[in-house]
Design a protein around this ligand. Structure first.
Ligand code: ADP
Ligand code: MG
Length: 329
């Protein structure tokens, strides 16, 4: 059930950055990690104390900052930017220490014997330990202020994000009262508070990523977490304005193209073909963007296709700047 109010069209594009907890999802390969890293870069550069959470133990989030991998304990990889990698076993151990006040010795012996069994046998266990840890970080205080201004999660891809975000609600249904219920209750409160938590989807302007995004949007209607923003990544630049296109078509006519071929002493047809292909590609993508916007009523932010060879710190920063501009900041 969705406890949050419906999306209001007056939501500013930059409202996403007002949330303390942002989950970033998307079809694999569309740029989920790129956008999560760029959002982390942007928030930290705005002076927000930012935690980036890599949910996939085999993920590559720190590569976007050209930094070595990090573990479960948040590590400051740049001023104001901390990064951690989720590990459900560490999450359980921390949980037992903090909430059940178990000593280390008893903990370890229990853990090593039962963890794998439980985590693999019961559905939702890994998800609840992941969401629980992230929600816990969102509750931490330092003095009177929250420890983190922003937590950006490179979350599960579209196919698995619902299971991840819905874990507290699903487990909640199994227990009417008691400790487990209390635990999932506070997690749900955080996830369902639209002023604290938001979901962002990354899509590319192509058939499948757009279709998956629309399907996910429909499913989020019954989740605690509200969809706040859609990022359209790898948007091709517009090659020609309408006026320029007329000039281009004129150049393709026999007389001007003969003149050009005489000038360059070779065939220019391949160049024309390449330009036409680029225009056609962009046009077909515009259709996908139109479908996306018509189906999902939240702010849509565009990120250009970056024609760079390496995707390290510099391109992360370029994407961050593109997002900043799109947000009107
Ligand atoms: N705007 C962009 N322009 C060009 N390449 C991009 C862009 N965004 C992402 N990429 C590249 O696409 C690939 C997939 O991006 P990544 O963020 O790892 O996707 P995901 O986390 O969704 O699997 C990477 O090689 C990344 O550098
Ligand atoms: Mg990734």
């Amino acid at each position: 059930m969705n406890a949050s109010p419906p999306f209001s069209p007056s939501d500013r594009a930059s409202a996403l950055l007002d949330r303390r907890l942002v989950f970033v999802t998307g079809k694999g390969g569309t740029g989920k990690s790129t956008v999560a890293a760029a959002l982390g870069d942007l928030c930290a550069s705005m002076g927000k104390r930012t935690l980036l959470v890599e949910v996939d133990a085999r993920g590559n989030l720190t590569d976007f900052f050209e930094h070595a991998r990090v573990g479960f304990a948040p590590e400051e990889i740049r001023p104001d930017l901390y990064c951690m990698t989720m590990n459900t076993e560490d999450s359980l151990e921390e949980y037992l220490t903090i909430f059940l006040k178990m000593g280390r010795v008893s903990r370890l012996s229990i853990l090593s014997r039962v963890f794998d069994f439980i985590a693999n046998a019961a559905p939702g266990v890994k998800e609840i330990l992941t969401i629980g840890k992230i929600a816990y970080e969102a509750t931490l205080m330092e003095g009177t202020a929250p420890k983190w201004d922003t937590i950006i999660v490179d979350a599960a891809p579209t196919g698995r994000i619902v299971g991840q975000l819905d874990a507290p609600a699903a487990i909640n249904e199994l227990f009417e009262v008691g400790m487990v219920r209390e635990q999932t209750d506070w997690m749900r409160e955080i996830l369902a508070d639209p002023l604290i938590t938001a979901l962002a989807i990354v899509a590319t302007p192509e058939e499948m990523p757009v279709t998956e995004s629309i399907e996910l949007y429909e499913m989020t209607k019954r989740l605690d977490v509200r969809l706040q923003t859609v990022f359209v990544n790898r948007v091709l630049p517009e090659l020609f304005t309408t006026g320029e296109e007329e000039t281009f078509e004129h150049l393709r006519e026999p007389a001007p193209s003969r003149y050009l071929e005489d000038e360059v002493k070779g065939s220019i047809e391949p160049v024309f073909e390449a330009a036409r292909l680029a225009v056609r590609l962009r046009r077909s993508r515009v259709e996908h963007i139109r479908r996306l916007k018509a189906s999902i009523p939240v702010p849509t932010l565009y990120i250009p296709y970056l024609f760079v060879r390496d995707h390290g710190q510099r391109s992360t920063h370029l994407v961050a700047e593109a997002i900043r501009e799109e947000m009107g900041l």
